[in-house]
Design a protein. Sequence first.
Length: 273
Amino acid sequence: MRLKFLLKPGWLALTLVVFTFAITCFTLLAPWQFSRNTEREHQNAALRESFAGQPRSLEQLLPNGAVPDQRTEWHLVAMKGTYLPEGEVVARLRSVQGEAAFEVLTPFRTVEGTIVLVDRGYVRLDDKSRALPFAAPPAGPVDIVTRARHDERDGKNRDAFADESTGGKLQSYVVDSQVVARAAKLDIRPGYFQLDVNQPGVLGALPLPQTDAGPFFSYALQWIAFGAMALMGWLYFTVRELKPGGALTTERPQRRKSVAELLAEDERSEVAT
């Protein structure tokens, strides 16, 4: 039977590669891009809502010590309290609008007694890759408007440090309220709060993320298309192999003789006679 070619090692290897690739496209790569698209949609919805919404108090937005999440991130939070510059930490290895920067993280005690971490924005680097001098936060009680953010995570779980290279200033690798809490020995509420423009204590206000949809949905469709094309290609070559003269067949159709071969045979037959 011609179906025996399906059991040949070469064809089995090809089939394994094609189906593995297609399954990966359909079950891993495309769903991954769809999930990233969903995350972007949630982020954009939260951003648009925060742009249109009015600032809320900390307890209104995040009651009972709730941590900022996809639903509450980027929402405006109004707070009144006092900066605690003695617990300030600078986040290193940042990038703002494509250029290297530091972010300045300062604890803030609200009038209710809760301590939160405020990201006062960014400063650029000097010619020795150190943070340029920046202004201290205002002393005394101030009213600020911030945006709720969830803590970043450092896979190496590194604490803040200070040495000669930092000029004695505490630096961290991520913006994480708990890293600052350990360094400053303060009980800081999880999550942090990014200062908006024109707020007391703000340095270079961090830009907000864009609300474009991104390429993730089209990427997902492309992976589905790649998987489908791989299967269709496999099916095409399978059908072709079922026909006489396939690349894997051991039976070859008889080749038609050329005119020169026919003339040579005629000459040999005449000589023989």
